[in-house]
Design a protein around this ligand. Structure first.
Ligand code: GLY
Length: 312
């Protein structure tokens, strides 16, 4: 039994581990852990008080995958609800679908009785958003930004390739050997409305298969979508590579992407025996894990496979 998470999962990993100690399922552990991250206003990359899109609206993406059945649920561009991971799980368990986005996701969240959070941003975070636009827009322009028909240009101005593409990853394996992966994010700060990253895309930011292992990504989601990173990593294990070899191979696939818009990528993964690994394209990144007999999580450095950034 084990829980592995990106380092911003620290606030939730003990609660997730406690679920496993009590004999609960990997799916429950992942949801409980991620909900605590989503509720944390200090984390501007996930859930409540996450950095908004270019219009100043928080749009959340999340997914969950049950490695026992490969059943999955995901939501994209969800607005007005803190716990995107719970809505993703409800998609998995209550619908014959895998992914709901936008108005449909909001409608379903309401139908499932999730509490509405009418104001997803604290005032100081709204100010950070406005200040990012302020060098190029005056207050009246910012006030009227929703009316604009040239958002693509402003997204480019507001884009900072190193800023706020964080996300939370949780992977849990329960007493029955079942694996679940969950990913939740507010996505790329100041993104174009409706932009989805890798987090709600099964196979890109999230994949779990009890027979081989699981993987999840943080970083620039577009890269993980282009390389199908989470599925590729698990597939490499299926083809006989060790966990470390599979992680390395998945990072090399990301490094070898052509074209523009190459930035930071990170992944965490486990194999079916519960061995764990964390990789990053940059120095100084870590991940955490906890087993039921550990009183607290341990933080480990990620193995670095450098990916030279390329932009514009
Ligand atoms: N990895 C999160 C995102 O790109 O939205």
């Amino acid at each position: 039994m084990i829980v592995v998470a990106s380092s911003n999962g620290r606030i939730g990993i003990e609660a997730a581990t406690q679920i496993l100690r009590q004999g609960g399922t990997a799916v429950d552990a992942v949801e409980v852990g991620i909900r605590l991250v989503e509720a944390n206003p200090e984390d501007h990359t996930v859930g409540y008080n996450g950095y908004p899109n270019i219009l100043g609206e928080v749009e959340l993406d999340a997914s969950v995958m049950n490695g026992r059945t490969l059943e999955s649920g995901a939501v994209g561009a969800l607005k007005g609800y803190t716990h995107a991971i719970t809505v993703a799980r409800q998609v998995m368990e209550k619908l014959p679908h895998v992914l709901l986005v936008g108005d449909g996701a909001n409608r379903f969240a309401a139908e499932m009785g999730n509490p509405v959070q009418p104001e997803m941003l604290l005032p100081e975070t709204r100010t950070v958003w406005a200040n990012r636009l302020r060098p190029d827009m005056n207050d009246a322009d910012i006030e009227a930004i929703a009316e604009r028909t040239d958002l693509a240009r402003w997204v480019e101005l507001a884009t900072d390739p190193e800023r706020a593409k964080g996300t939370v990853n949780f992977i849990a394996q329960d007493k029955d050997g079942n694996i679940c992966t969950g990913v939740s994010t507010s996505g790329w700060a100041w993104k174009y409305p409706g932009r989805l990253g890798d987090s709600p895309i099964i196979g890109a930011g999230n994949y779990a298969d009890n027979r081989y292992g699981a993987a999840a990504c943080t970083g620039m989601g577009e890269m993980a979508i282009r390389a199908s990173t989470a599925h590729s990593l698990v597939f490499y294990m299926k083809m006989g590579l060790s966990l470390a070899e599979a992680c390395e191979r998945a990072m090399i696939d990301l490094r070898d992407l052509g074209g523009r818009f190459i930035s930071v990528m990170n992944l965490v993964a486990i194999d079916k025996a519960g061995n764990h690994a964390g990789f990053s394209s940059v120095n100084g990144r870590s991940y955490i894990y906890q087993t039921p007999n550990m009183p607290e999580c341990e933080e480990l450095p990620r193995t670095v496979i450098p990916i030279p950034p390329r932009w514009g």
